[in-house]
Each structure stands twice: as C-alpha cells, then as structure tokens.
Ligand binder design. Structure first.
Ligand code: IPM
Ligand code: MN
Length: 339
C-alpha cells in the first residue's frame, strides 16, 4: 500500500487542535501517512523572527501534500504586524507551490436550515496566485500628509485561463454541467474584460456546459436568496475569498467549510486547509469544530488517489449530526469511529 509524506502545519489558534482530529480520522481509514510536523506560525515568529525559512520551503516542496490548520495572530495583536504571517507563510506557500486553484466545495448538511434557504451543492473555484493577492503596489511618502497607497490587481491571460479551464473540467464532471463566472466587469473593466473574454473563449471548447455570469455583489444576494442557481463558480482571488466565507456561512456554517489549494499539474505538493481562521478566542476551550479540517483531509486523500478512504470520511461527515455541547476531540473520535 502506498504511503504518503504529508507535512503538518498546525499553525496558530485552533489550527493544531483541528489538525490533530484530522490525523485521527485519516488513521481510521487505514491510509498510511508519514507525517512531518512543521513548527510555523505566530509562536515560531515571536520566538525566532522566522516565518518560512528557505530550507523548510525546499523540504516542503518535496512532500506529497500539506495539511494546514490556520495561520494568523490574534486580531489586534501588536506583536505580529498584520500580514507578516498571511503573506509570508500562507500566500508564500500558495505562490511558491503554484497552488493556482483554490477549490471550496459547499454542501448543506441534511436537515440544516438555519437561514431557511434552499440546500446548497456547489463548488467555488477561486484563482489563488494572482489578483490583489499578488502584492502589487506600495506606499509613497509614508507617514506624511501627502502619503499615497496603491494596491494593484495582477491578472495574466495565462493565470486566468488555467483556472477557468480547471473550472470547466470540474463542471464537466458534475451532473448539472453549469459554470458561472463571478466578477465585477461593470467597474473593473480591464481585469473584467480579460476574465470575460477568456471565459467566453474557453466556453467554446465545452459546448455541453451551460454558462452564466454574476456580478459579485449580485452573487452575494443570490447566495442567500437563490443559491441553487449555482453549480460551479469561477472567480478571482479576492472575490473568491469574500464569497466563500458567505457560502460557508449559508451552507452549514464556517465550521464545515473545507478547501483544497491545488497544483493540478502536480509539479509539487498541494495544500489542504479549512476555510476558517485561527479563532484565538476559543483556543483550548474544546469547542472548535474540526469538521472543516477533517473534510479538507478527505479532499487531500481524494487528490492523492485514495478515493475510497475519502468517500468513507465524507459519508461519515454527512451522517454525523453534532450533539449539543460536544468537544472538539469527541467529534474527531465519533467521526473516526464511523469511518
Ligand atoms: C483564506 C484566508 C486567507 C486569504 C488569509 C488568512 C490570508 O482568509 O484562506 O480564505 O485571504 O486567502
Ligand atoms: Mn478567507
């Protein structure tokens, strides 16, 4: 049986707690992982000043996959400047490993109806290496009355086309065969033009896929009023970030939302992480829900080709209703047992 070399970056806040439960559940499937624990995140930074040392990055590039909990200091922390960990660790990994697809599936659990809306079954494909996340811009005359801040958005034909192609392929594999582009082409007329033209051109190669377009603000309305109109969505990095938090909230809660940062060309490892953040306010309380991380673990197994094991985890998650007041580790135990 194959063994996989998987890097574990628990990270900050509840990250290590939810990754611990994920490993427990994967072990129950019988899939063998050789895990390498990486001490990265706020604590490491405060202790040593290091965010992602070069030799660690080289090591990570040789792994089969990475599981990540959450990265980021407590909100309002003055010890870790904003963005140091997000840009220096999380985004650096996405860029260096060329994880250009951020795949975020959302499926409303049976019986869950907190907002009284249609059940959701969709996948958001978020471009993950460009847009406003590329870091274009800077500060001029910082701290003076004439200071200027610019923050650009990088959109390349190459980057846009490859993620759109991935989305068409995914839509082809799903029964509904429907793909929506989400952007803001009425205002972001340069980037929007590139996205829309590329989308239209690639669409010609997929005549059996029905396509649609939503402005991102309208997509927010649809997401709470008529989310069933969506099957697969493809969108840019920042819109995808914002929209998927909303999708998570309306499709079962952010405690269930999983994500796969994929390098579909498999020139290196892909990285799997829950959509939620470090939630420093609940660290150690045992109330963190590990289901998003566990679901991300299933996405990892699926990408590694362990389809059966992934299916067992997904089935266990689907059948599981969280009992009132249950603790993080008891949820992990219950799901591992069902697997
Ligand atoms: C996410 C997170 C990250 C992002 C942050 C932590 C940099 O919000 O994965 O959605 O903005 O992409
Ligand atoms: Mn986010």
């Amino acid at each position: 049986m194959a063994r996989y070399k998987v890097g574990l970056i628990g990270g900050d806040g509840i990250g290590p707690e939810v990754i611990g439960e994920t490993i427990k559940v994967i072990a129950a499937t019988g899939v063998k992982l050789d895990t390498v624990v990486y001490d990265l995140g706020a604590d490491r930074y405060l202790r040593t000043g290091e965010v992602l040392p070069d030799d660690t990055l080289i090591e990570i590039k040789a792994l089969d996959a990475v599981l990540l909990g959450a990265v980021g200091p407590p909100i309002g922390s003055t010890q870790v400047p904003s963005g140091i960990l997000e840009r220096g660790l999380l985004l650096k990994l996405r860029f260096e490993l060329d994880l250009y697809v951020n795949m975020r599936p959302f499926v409303t659990p049976k019986g869950w109806n907190r907002f009284n809306i249609d059940p959701i079954d969709m996948v958001v494909i978020r471009e993950n290496t460009e847009g406003s996340y590329a870091g274009e811009g800077g500060l001029l005359r910082k701290g003076t009355k004439q200071e200027v801040a610019t923050q650009g958005s990088v959109n390349t034909r190459f980057g846009v086309e490859r993620v759109i192609r991935y989305a068409f392929e995914l839509a082809s594999s799903r029964p509904r065969k429907h793909l929506s582009l989400v952007h803001k082409t009425n205002v972001l007329t340069y980037a929007g033009d590139l996205w829309q033209r590329t989308f239209n051109e690639v669409a010609k190669e997929y005549p059996d896929i029905e396509t649609a377009y939503s402005h991102v603000d309208a997509a927010c309305i649809h997401m709470v009023e008529s989310p069933s109109r969506y099957d697969v969505i493809v969108t840019d990095n920042l819109f995808g970030d914002i929209l998927t938090d909303l999708c998570g909230a309306v499709s079962g809660g952010i405690g269930l939302a999983a994500s796969a940062n994929l390098n579909p060309d498999r020139t290196g490892p892909s990285l799997f992480e829950p959509v939620h953040g470090a939630a420093h306010d609940i660290v150690g309380t045992g109330i963190a829900n590990p289901m998003a991380a566990i679901r991300s673990g299933a996405l990892m197994l699926e990408f590694l080709g362990e389809t059966q094991a992934a299916g067992r985890i997904n089935a266990a998650l689907e059948a599981y209703e969280i009992p009132e007041g249950i603790k993080t580790s008891a949820i992990g135990d219950a799901i591992a047992e069902r697997v």
